[in-house]
Design a protein around this ligand. Structure first.
Ligand code: F58
Length: 832
């Protein structure tokens, strides 16, 4: 047992005084008061909500770390295989509510806080989101951590501890303005490990020599050192003591780097500058989604994080005193997109240069260790780095990349002699001006499994960007793992009343651990009382969102109207422009009606939210147009409650928890073939909303699961997209007549200065309509019309919602993690 490892003379003292956290309301209150008085040095007289939040979360943190310790000890003791999830982004959102629910202690905390004079909702509202991610990819990593712990898998996440997460969005005069998100003022959820550090090297040169046996030895020398410091964030599972670790690295000047010489001679500025340069590495999250911009600092971030994580993983492995060839039996590493691809090169470097293994043996270990998940086929998002930049920053790594490429191309040449074009196509080095390292190819070559994130997407990568690699490595290397979401946060936490209602029909809360149990709801679809409660909960969630809209924007929306929501990053491929053009079309149609006709129409609130990358001008214009449309429509007396257009500022995880349960309809309308999966589509359906969407990403599997009668699909199919684009470029393509009317209204200045929206219109009319907005417009508005009609029949609508929820079991991130564990990582759960 773990305890037996404590030496006999000390065992009693250690075990007797073991901290066990709070067990009941009284204990909890005592812990809160203790933290208020000692950790925060305050008292009842100046304990405001912020202090109460700090103290309560510290009380929970203490409990988490207890379970964390147990989990880690057990993993070390059983020497079990672990998976390491490498992700540059973890979009965690708030931790307090989640910790309370996962530990099953929310009631205790609620009552305790009430006795201390606080409402738990107000305390939860004090927490700043941990927003270390851009969108879907980062949130997926967070859902995975929740599932890994819940399912008792031995797993660690590795990421960067950005001082600034994704920027805060303000809307000023209808435009997005970015404000820095400094979130670390007070963060009770992390444990700084000032003793866990790694020295990371950059720049310098490589010295190649022969040793006494004639073997070439490469030495990477000189350059600059930066220190990585570990910060640990315990991540609890639901209804299990299993608590995994998320280790985030922070950069600081290497010890000795702070130049005392300069400091003593009075050159404070340059000695401080060195320090700041080191700290810059982990300072900010790059705010682009689905766009790769080759900035040196970004490459520095990647190597810094990858090198620190691998050092840590290898250090842990070496403690076990096993042979190197057992490494893949102990360690699985998953690359969340290509951002950590340098890990492949770094592990090869450690094994060959530092540990002295032969190249082939090392490469065998490396390729058995890594798995790579692809999240996009958009060409502009595929990572490439200029060879010159890699050479400068990581000279040894570039040599290794060239060797990996050489051996790979030799093996291809052997199987396909004289196919020079194939070699050019699959080379890790693109022979362009300047030459580029293709990170996705490196990731494919260096991993044993490559997966896409939804069926359509996995098929597409195998037939487009990785087609040649499928031929070379065989189909078995490529697989699909459809994304999922954690029902703990996205149902139980975001929609507690619905979760409770479901529990009352599904024999308790077991469905939160086995989401397929939702199918028990099918039995109650016709149960009058149940349907009534269901409808009441949806209405209450809409009232909550309406209040939020009122308090932030001062606009009254009618909770009885159909709430139509599109919240996600703003991007042309996600087609918020199609949505807002549709809204304008609706407005023009309503305006043209007589008052009697208008009375027959279904009232609607169109709700948008999402951030545009700061450098993405077109996305910012889309936000501007949405706001200008809202400004006109929302105060038009002819229209009243028939149509409201809302842009919610600063969409993030905690706001998603309010918005998602309040939708009747949500929009997932990307051009077919562009959205790898989407995950908010799953969240909305799980919360009893229907969706309007294209045949893209996970929408297709959602349709398969819930039935096509329960989803509003429209638009071009992915297999027809390329042909249409071809026609746009080389043939005639008249604009859809209804869309032409919308453009006309914009150009007449109905929504402000028409010049502002010229580029948006031109993209469709004059520049080939790459995203097929005009092609899909008529089917989009026809489908929206069907939505209006079907919504009028509330009984039928509610049936569809319930039936959909009942069939959503497949989309739990637990199912998804089990697939990775079995098909890619080969790891087993380890109960604590
Ligand atoms: C998203 N990618 C996909 N990338 O767009 C979405 O379809 C999918 O559901 C999700 O991943 C999870 O698989 C995404 O969010 C980014 O934000 C990257 C950030 C770093 C730069 C490149 C894009």
């Amino acid at each position: 047992s773990v305890e037996a490892s404590i030496p006999e003379p000390q065992r009693e003292a250690w075990t007797k005084h073991e901290f066990s956290g709070f067990k009941n309301k009284d204990d909890f209150e005592r812990e809160v008061v203790r933290h208020v008085e000692t950790t925060l040095a305050r008292s009842i007289y100046n304990c405001d909500e912020s202090a109460a939040y700090s103290a309560s979360s510290l009380a929970f943190r203490d409990r988490l770390i207890k379970d964390w310790n147990k989990t880690q000890q057990r993993q070390t003791f059983t020497d079990s295989k672990r998976v390491y999830y490498l992700s540059l982004e973890f979009l965690m959102g708030r931790a307090f509510d989640n910790a309370m629910l996962n530990l099953g202690a929310k009631e205790v905390a609620k009552e305790g806080l009430a006795e201390l004079g606080f409402r738990i909702e107000d305390i939860i509202g004090q927490e700043h989101d941990a927003a270390l991610g851009n969108g879907g990819l980062g949130r997926l990593a967070a859902c995975f951590l929740d599932s890994l712990a819940t399912l008792n898998y031995p797993a660690w996440g590795y990421g960067l501890r950005y001082r600034y997460g994704i920027f805060k969005q303000e809307i000023i005069d209808g435009y997005q303005v970015e404000v820095p998100d400094y979130w670390l003022d007070f963060n009770p959820w992390e444990f700084p490990r000032h003793d866990v550090t790694v020295e990371i090297q950059f720049y310098g040169h490589v010295d190649k020599r022969q040793d006494e046996n004639g073997k070439t030895i490469a030495k990477w020398e000189g350059g600059e050192m930066v220190t990585a410091v570990a910060y640990d964030v315990p991540t609890p599972g639901y209804d299990t003591p299993s608590t995994n670790n998320l280790r985030l690295w922070s950069s600081k000047a290497a010890s000795g780097e702070f130049d005392f010489q300069k400091f003593n001679s009075g050159d404070y500025e340059s000695s401080v500058a060195d320090q700041q340069r080191a700290e810059t590495i982990s300072a900010v999250l790059y705010p682009n989604d689905n766009l790769d911009r080759g900035k040196e600092l970004r490459l520095k971030q990647q190597y810094f994080w990858v090198a620190a994580s691998l050092y840590d993983i290898v250090r842990r492995f070496k403690k076990s005193k096993r042979k190197w060839n057992e490494f893949p039996d102990q360690v699985a590493i998953q690359l969340n997109d290509t951002h950590p691809t340098l890990a492949i090169v770094e592990l090869q470097r450690i094994l060959v240069d530092v540990e002295g293994l032969e190249w082939d043996e090392a490469w065998q270990i490396v390729t058995s260790t890594f798995g790579y998940t692809n999240h996009t086929v958009l060409p502009e998002a595929l990572e490439k780095w200029p060879v010159g930049l890699v050479q400068h920053l990581l000279p040894r790594h570039l040599q290794i990349i060239y060797d990996i490429n050489l051996f790979f191309l030799q093996s291809v040449e052997k199987r396909y002699p004289n196919d020079r074009d194939l070699l050019r196509r699959v080379s890790i080095i693109e022979e362009s001006q300047p030459k580029m390292v293709r990170m996705a190819y490196l990731a494919v070559v260096g991993s044993h499994k490559v997966n896409g994130v939804a069926e359509l997407h996995s098929d597409l990568i195998q037939t487009t960007i990785f087609r040649d690699f499928v031929a070379i490595f065989g189909e078995d290397k490529f697989t699909n793992v459809t994304n999922g979401i954690t029902p703990r946060r996205w149902l139980h936490q975001a929609n507690p009343r619905l979760s409770e209602l479901i529990a009352s029909k599904a024999d308790g809360y077991e469905f939160l651990k086995d989401l397929t149990l939702l199918n028990k709801l099918e039995l109650f679809i016709d149960d009058k009382e149940f349907r009534k409660e269901w409808a009441e909960i949806k209405y209450a969630n809409k009232v909550r969102l309406a209040r939020y809209i009122k308090s932030t924007l001062g606009i009254n929306v009618n909770p009885a109207a159909l709430f139509d929501v599109q919240v996600k990053r703003i991007h042309e491929y996600k087609r918020q422009q199609l949505n807002i053009f549709g809204v304008i079309h609706r407005y023009l149609t309503l305006k043209a009606m007589s008052p009697e006709e208008r009375k027959m129409q279904q009232p609607r609130v169109s709700i948008f939210g999402g951030k545009a990358a700061p450098g993405y001008w077109m996305a910012k214009q889309i936000i501007h147009l949405i706001n200008n449309v809202g400004a006109l429509v929302n105060k038009d007396p002819d229209i009243g409650d028939l149509l409201k257009v809302i842009f919610l500022e600063d969409y993030n995880v905690s706001k998603a928890e309010i918005i998602t349960p309040a939708s009747d309809l949500s929009e997932h309308i990307s051009t077919a073939g562009t959205e790898a999966s989407g995950t908010s589509n799953m969240k909305f359906v799980l919360n009893g909303g229907l969706i309007i969407g294209t045949c893209d990403g996970a929408n297709i599997e959602i349709t398969r699961e819930i039935g096509q009668e329960n989803i509003f699909l429209f638009g071009t199919l992915s297999e027809d997209v390329e042909d249409l684009r071809h026609v746009h470029t080389y043939g005639e393509h008249p604009i859809d007549p209804n869309l032409a009317k919308v453009f006309d209204a914009i150009e007449r200045g109905m929504f402000g200065e028409p010049n502002d929206f010229k580029a948006m219109i031109s993209a469709v009319r004059d520049h080939g309509d790459y995203y097929l907005v005009s092609d899909d417009f008529q089917s989009y508005i026809d489908t929206q019309k069907m939505v209006d009609e079907e919504y009028q029949n509330q009984e039928e609508w509610i049936s569809k919602c319930i039936r959909s929820v009942a069939r959503m079991g497949f989309f739990s991130s637990d199912r998804c993690i089990n697939e990775y564990a079995e098909g890619i990582w080969n790891i087993e759960p380890l109960a604590v």
